[in-house]
Design a binder for this molecule. Structure first.
Ligand code: ZN
Ligand code: ZN
Length: 265
């Protein structure tokens, strides 16, 4: 019924009928497969109120601006180690990093429901989380994240590899970026192409760094642009660092990163 073509231009110009049919289709789908919380399986909402309150939100007033970690007040100990190499994001072209929440509590399940189980209705919710975090950060911690959204000329997302795109059937960050670009009023530029096919989650820390280096090609003109780069989860930081370095080599004047979650090891 929902996808059937009844011919004869039955619904042409009759948006209320189409809307009513859409509501009926949604109701039928909901009856067949009720919405469950991506974080805890509770029926009702895509992310229930309980899971939302259990998100470990990162305070922009005390986060490390170099890597998004929720501690350090200014710069965390990974970014300024007493010995050894500083964090990869500290040495990349990236300006500031902000993450919405720590990758713990319900967040890992919610992200997996989106990336691996194909719950694409989460895309606009993730976009809202990113928008809320960025608006809050630039207003409440202006000395640290001022202009994060307002000064950005372009929104660019870290793209999936071709194999990940085929496996999922959609570019998971592209869908979030489209929704965020609309709500934030920042032009979306599909500027990055990722080469290589390895699933980053299966790689160790050193392998990730090696694999990410040189993995991105910039296919749009970003010269002189201030860019807000978005990604889902920052683990080692090598992915956003490699993407930011590619954008800087292509002439971007500034790259900040905004992510849904930050993994703490
Ligand atoms: Zn829940
Ligand atoms: Zn740091």
């Amino acid at each position: 019924m929902c996808g059937k073509d009844d011919g004869a231009n039955l619904f042409d110009g009759d948006a209320p009928v189409l809307r009513a049919l859409g509501v009926l289709c949604d109701a039928a789908l909901e009856a067949l497969s009720p919405t469950r919380c991506a974080g805890c399986e509770r029926p009702g909402e895509l992310i229930c109120g309980d899971c939302l309150t259990r998100l470990d939100l990162i305070d922009p007033a005390t986060a490390c601006t170099h890597c998004g970690a929720p501690f350090g007040s200014l710069v965390c100990t990974e970014c300024t180690p007493a010995t050894g190499e500083p964090h990869v994001l500290r040495t990349s072209a990236i300006g500031r990093v902000l993450a919405v929440a720590v990758f713990d509590g319900p967040m890992p399940r919610i992200v997996r429901a989106y990336k691996d189980a194909g719950e694409q209705r989460l895309a606009p919710l993730f976009a809202d989380m990113l928008l809320d975090a960025a608006v809050h950060a630039q207003a409440s911690a202006e000395d640290r994240y001022g202009g994060l959204l307002d000064d950005a000329d372009a929104l660019i997302f870290v793209p999936a590899t071709a194999s990940a795109y085929r496996r999922r059937g959609f570019d998971h960050m592209g869908a979030i970026a489209s929704a965020l670009a609309r709500s934030a009023g920042i032009p979306l530029v599909d500027a990055l192409v990722k080469h290589g096919s390895s699933d980053q989650r299966l790689l160790g820390r050193a392998d990730r760094k090696l694999q990410a280096q040189g993995a991105y090609e910039v296919v749009e003109d970003v010269r002189g642009a201030r860019i807000l780069l978005i990604d889902d989860v920052i683990t080692t930081g090598s992915t956003v660092a490699a993407a930011a370095d590619a954008l800087a080599r292509a002439g971007a004047c500034h790259v900040d990163a905004l992510a849904l979650a930050r993994v703490l090891s």
